[in-house]
Ligand binder design. Structure first.
Ligand code: MG
Ligand code: ZN
Length: 236
């Protein structure tokens, strides 16, 4: 838990709880501001969350190559340090901005507000927010996004949904990445599905390989459907 002692026993630390509640309340207020900002411009924002190395940036590189002529895209890259991921996105020709959080371990709504102002995505865009690689606290911080996608690679093991329930509970869709590696790793898809349905019975699971291309069309269909629902809601 960010900004706290990390202790699970919240009753023993009332001052910590109230500080954390204040931080989250301020964040939620800014997230609502972001949501209105995005809706006013008919921009669909998708928050991509995962542990480090799950393949978020590779997934985005491929999606950009496949979708860029269909819809305007923009990317906000969150990492503790370096512009490496934003450089990779820039190399595809897509607009992108890097947010470095320093010692911070997640993006918050204030950081997203600054990034949106600076990036100024075209109305009607899809904005992908690649959060800091971390399966814990990014789940707590509403950014004002419309959807949350959790990316998990088969190399991470099937036991992650029960170990990181807050992250998996918050997902609208789970992209199970690197399925091209299934023959080489000890990953039990049935166990993963059972664990996920315990914490989140409604999240869709899409099996993909960002490097080989498997399942990417189903991810694009998911995005198109979400964009259609979003456009209808904004038009009302
Ligand atoms: Mg990345
Ligand atoms: Zn954090």
């Amino acid at each position: 838990m960010c900004g706290t002692c990390g202790c699970e026993e919240t009753r023993a630390h009332p001052e910590t709880v109230s500080m954390e509640q204040r931080v989250l309340a301020k964040n939620d207020h800014l997230a609502e501001h972001n949501r209105n900002w995005l809706r006013g411009r008919e921009i669909l924002a998708v928050n991509l969350m995962s542990s480090p190395g799950s393949g978020k940036t590779t997934l985005l590189e491929r999606a950009i190559a496949d979708l860029r002529h269909e819809v305007p895209l923009a990317v906000i890259e969150g990492d503790q340090a370096t512009p490496v991921d934003a450089d990779r996105i820039h190399a595809t020709g897509c607009v992108a901005i890097q947010v470095n959080t320093g010692a911070g371990c997640h993006l918050d709504a204030g950081m997203l507000a600054g990034a949106l102002e600076a990036l100024d995505p075209r109305p009607g865009s899809v904005v992908f927010v690649e959060n800091v690689g971390n399966l814990v606290c990014p789940a707590l911080f509403d950014l004002g996004e419309d959807h949350r996608a959790v990316v998990m690679s088969v190399t991470e093991g099937a036991d992650k949904p029960l170990k990181y329930p807050h992250m998996f509970r918050t997902a609208d869709v789970v992209l199970l990445n690197k399925v091209d590696l299934l023959p080489y790793v000890d990953f039990d898809p049935g166990r993963f599905s059972r664990q996920l349905s315990q914490v989140n019975p409604v999240a869709e699971v899409l099996a993909v390989s960002a490097t080989r291309g498997d399942g990417m069309a189903t991810w694009y269909s998911w995005l198109r459907a979400r964009q259609q629902v979003f456009a209808e809601r904004v038009a009302r």
